[in-house]
Design a protein around this ligand. Structure first.
Ligand code: BES
Ligand code: ZN
Length: 835
């Protein structure tokens, strides 16, 4: 529609050559464009017409040639091997955020919605898929090897959700309870591996239909595994694309964490079919609405499908703590952030949009209650279906449904960066406890000293040892300080804030309040998610220099009786961070001793082989603990890992999928060139991408310099899929002190190739973070900064700043606490002093 008379049309277009373009006003003669002026920087083209196009509707026709590129964006080719060993290519699309314009000229913005009628001319023996179902398939007149496949018209939708795939695939199918045809497309010969995702998808569609009270709007949905794929998965409407490892499960060779990952990713992308596809964000500033929401509800969905995963506890260690880690930096950003250029859009696919977004929605859901939350969701989805919405629109709907001041509360979380630290102290007054709460911005560098006083509206819950699972008091803290009276609390009773670790804040207890909580860790009377949160808060307070690291080490030792996988996983992660820090000292071995001491009791309790009646979480815990002990050089674990590895390699006894990662990492960490060669051979032989990735991720554990080089060279070889190079290099950087230096040098030496491979994109940010985050002196921060000044990566600018900040924080931490930590380790080892 021409809204205003003009002789120019401007549209998005990148790496495309237009051959002819014409405009035909309805019922009138067509006019050919005479000039195509490409503005490459802006990814736009201006079509100039010899006469004025008058107001009214008409048809714009464009003949153009594009490139089937190999950069995993736009319309690109993905390499695969047939069962008989031939190399072939599939043609696939990845348009989010701004790459539909590489496949066809268009107005490539989320708020410019249209219907799409898609036809593909393809070799007749290939599968051709698009968003909608096929409505016609006929021979192509000019070539008997080709067919023309026509798809039904899509609903009104944004360009970034359009998709098509041409290749060779098998599939499994089912009809979900709500009548939608679901297919999972797999590589040829691997249809079986699609069954798990198919089951999850068939259960998930009716779950969302019921939750939102809005049906899935298309007649079919396909889920397809793509060999070369940059992201984890992409929610194209009706044709969701996945990395192979985010979709395929082999009953024998897939481990428990892969199953869980597949379930989460399927849950995430299917949620977007409503939240994102049916209702789309107005502009990328509101990307978090899409991603934060999907990253929250994927857990709700998995909890529904697999209650035995205890997935909500895992949310805290996977998303909540990760978001707080990033958001405590000066170089964080608000959830809602203004963006313009595509590189700025790429940049916000980060832990703030995803994990902080999901965390504040979890807090909001808890504050509103499920019933009103659902009402609000339904209001929002029905009001804005086939349209676009902004953050405020969601708050409006939830406010209507709940009667609570949602916008006022939530604006403090989405419009300003960071989150509060709540300092709390208690005073016993006869039978009551009087609590004094103070909120201040939490900073990774220590007490907040800024001039302004950012403030949050914080839903606070408080429980006591009387009933650790039930809030004794709930209150909205809407000012800097608050005094509360808890009635009938005996002096020996403890008090804890943030029940369930739901509020997006950290807590600092007065020393005596903290002391009273430690026994509740030991005797497990505090719930797992609260033990986890408490430990994580203390760890980050230590990193910020607010308390001493030795104090946290002592708390870690109180976890001797800990049975919970997720609690261990978070503890393990923090010990990993500390271990990396101490690799810069000459007492690195001492922290390995500490790790062995902390993990040995649980290792002994678990043993190597599953016991009858064990489940998903036991399998995850065993893998975690054995891997940790093995890496730290725990003798018995190392010996058993070597024995089992040998049997595995010799074909005597195949390792169960859940034991492979821990065994591989253990033998490599303490291995030599023969071990590495064996692993590379296993990699070559592996038929499943999951197994290849499993090996790729642990290769960096090897510690000899010449073998590290071999791994780095391997990372860029044909053997590794382009999207997986990042985790191989990252594994080297995180594997050892020597690896860290070597990986950084490797990235600098191969910068052009790496940058080119990902064309900016978010993988380059991930690579940078994995490679340099572990450094710990001011000089390295300067070196990193200088390198990226001369080798700019626009979409990774903020990541580089965050990394430099992290390096400086590490350096300060090391200076402040290393000596005390060392003393503590020595004193732990010393025999008790004689009196
Ligand atoms: N919309 C994203 C895919 C995406 C990511 C497109 C980055 C463009 C840039 C998709 O819904 C998504 O979030 N995928 C996640 C997996 C999910 C389970 C968190 C991903 O790719 O990591
Ligand atoms: Zn998403």
């Amino acid at each position: 529609q021409v809204k205003q008379a003009t002789n120019q049309i401007v549209m998005n277009c990148a790496d495309i050559d237009i051959i002819t373009a014409s405009y035909a006003p309805e019922g009138d003669e067509e006019v050919h464009a005479t000039g195509f002026n490409y503005q490459n920087e802006d990814e736009k083209v201006t079509l100039s017409f010899p006469s004025t196009l008058q107001k009214g509707t008409g048809m714009l026709k464009i003949d153009f040639v594009g490139e089937l590129n190999d950069k995993m964006k736009g319309f690109y080719r993905s390499k695969y091997t047939t069962p008989t060993g031939d190399t072939r290519y599939a043609a696939v699309t990845q348009f989010e955020a701004t790459d539909a314009r590489r496949a066809f000229p268009c107005w490539d913005e989320p708020a410019i919605k249209a219907t799409f009628d898609i036809s593909l001319v393809v070799p007749k023996d290939r599968v051709a898929l698009s968003n909608m179902n096929v409505i016609d398939r006929k021979p192509y007149p000019d070539d008997e090897n080709l067919v023309e496949v026509k798809f039904a018209r899509t609903p009104i939708m944004s360009t970034y959700l359009v998709a098509f795939v041409v290749g060779e695939y098998d599939f499994v199918e089912a009809r979900s309870l709500d009548g939608v045809l679901v297919r999972v497309y797999t590589p040829v010969g691997k249809a079986e591996q699609g069954k798990f995702a198919l089951e999850v998808a068939a259960k998930t569609l009716p779950f969302y239909k019921d939750y939102f009270n809005v049906p899935y709007p298309l007649p079919k949905i396909d889920l397809i595994a793509i060999a070369d794929f940059a992201a984890g998965a992409m929610e194209n409407w009706g044709l969701v694309t996945y990395r192979e490892t985010a979709l395929l499960i082999d009953p024998k060779n897939s481990c428990s964490s892969s199953r869980q990952w597949v379930a989460l990713v399927v849950g995430h992308e299917l949620a977007h079919q409503w939240f994102g596809n049916l209702v789309t964000m107005e502009w990328w500033t509101h990307l978090w609405l899409n991603e934060g929401f999907a990253s929250w509800i994927e857990y709700l969905c998995v909890d529904h499908c697999f209650p035995e995963y205890d997935i909500w506890t895992q949310f805290v260690s996977a998303d909540y703590t990760r978001a707080q880690e990033l958001d405590a930096l000066d170089n964080s950003h608000p959830i809602e952030v203004s963006v313009g250029h595509p590189s700025e859009v790429d940049e916000i696919f980060d832990a703030i949009s995803y994990s902080k977004g999901a965390s504040v929605i979890r807090m909001l859901h808890d504050y509103i209650g499920d019933e009103d939350f659902r009402k609000g969701m339904n209001l929002y989805l029905t009001k804005f279906q086939q349209k676009n919405a902004a953050t405020e629109d969601l708050w409006d709907s939830l406010e209507k449904a709940s009667g609570k001041p949602i916008a006022a509360v939530m604006n403090t979380w989405t419009k300003q960066m960071g989150f509060p630290l709540i300092y709390v102290e208690a005073e016993q007054q006869e039978d009551d406890k009087v609590l004094k709460l103070v909120q201040k911005k939490f900073c990774a560098s220590g007490p907040y000293t800024g001039e302004d006083f950012p403030m949050w509206m914080v839903p606070i819950s408080i429980c006591t040892s009387d009933d650790p699972t039930c809030a004794k008091m709930q209150i909205l803290m809407d000012k800097p300080e608050l005094t509360l009276v808890l009635k009938d609390i005996k002096p020996d009773q403890w008090v804890k804030l943030n029940l369930g670790t739901v509020g997006f804040y950290r807590t600092q207890y007065s020393p005596d309040m903290l002391e009273s909580l430690i026994p509740a860790i030991k005797d497990l009377s505090l719930p797992p998610v609260d033990r986890l949160g408490l430990q994580n808060d203390l760890f980050s307070l230590a990193r910020a220099g607010i308390i001493s690291t030795v104090e946290v080490l002592k708390v870690m030792e109180a976890f001797v009786n800990e049975p919970n996988y997720t609690v261990w996983s978070d503890l393990s992660c923090n010990l990993g961070i500390l271990s990396t820090l101490l690799s810069h000292t000459d007492f690195y071995e001492e922290i390995q001793v500490f790790v062995k001491d902390v993990f040995s009791p649980i290792g002994e309790r678990l043993g190597w082989d599953p016991k009858p009646g064990e489940g998903h979480l036991d399998a995850l815990l065993r893998g975690l603990v054995l891997g940790k002990l093995g890496k730290a050089g725990h003798k018995a674990t190392l010996e058993e890992a070597r024995r089992r590895f040998k049997d595995h390699v010799e074909g005597k006894h195949t390792l169960s999928a859940d034991l492979r990662s821990p065994v591989y990492v253990t033998v490599l960490k303490h291995g030599d060139s023969t071990t590495l060669d064996t692993m590379l051979k296993l990699h070559k032989q592996a038929d499943m991408q999951e197994e290849k990735n499993r090996i790729e991720r642990v290769l960096g554990a090897i510690s000899q310099p010449e073998l590290i080089q071999k791994v780095l060279t391997f990372a860029l070889s044909e053997e590794v899929r382009p999207q997986d190079t990042v985790s191989v290099i990252g594994g080297v950087a995180g594997g050892s002190k020597q690896g860290r230096k070597a990986a950084w040098k490797f990235v600098r030496d191969n910068w052009e190739e790496l940058y080119n491979r990902y064309q900016g994109g978010f993988l380059i940010s991930r690579l940078i973070k994995l490679t340099v985050d572990g450094f710990a002196n001011d000089k390295m921060a300067a070196e990193v900064k200088a390198f990226f000044e001369s080798h700019p990566a626009p979409s990774a600018e903020r990541t580089v700043q965050q990394c430099c900040e992290n390096i400086l924080l590490n350096a300060a931490w090391l200076k402040r606490d290393a000596e005390n930590i060392h003393q503590y380790f020595l004193q732990r080892k010393a025999p008790p002093a004689m009196v």
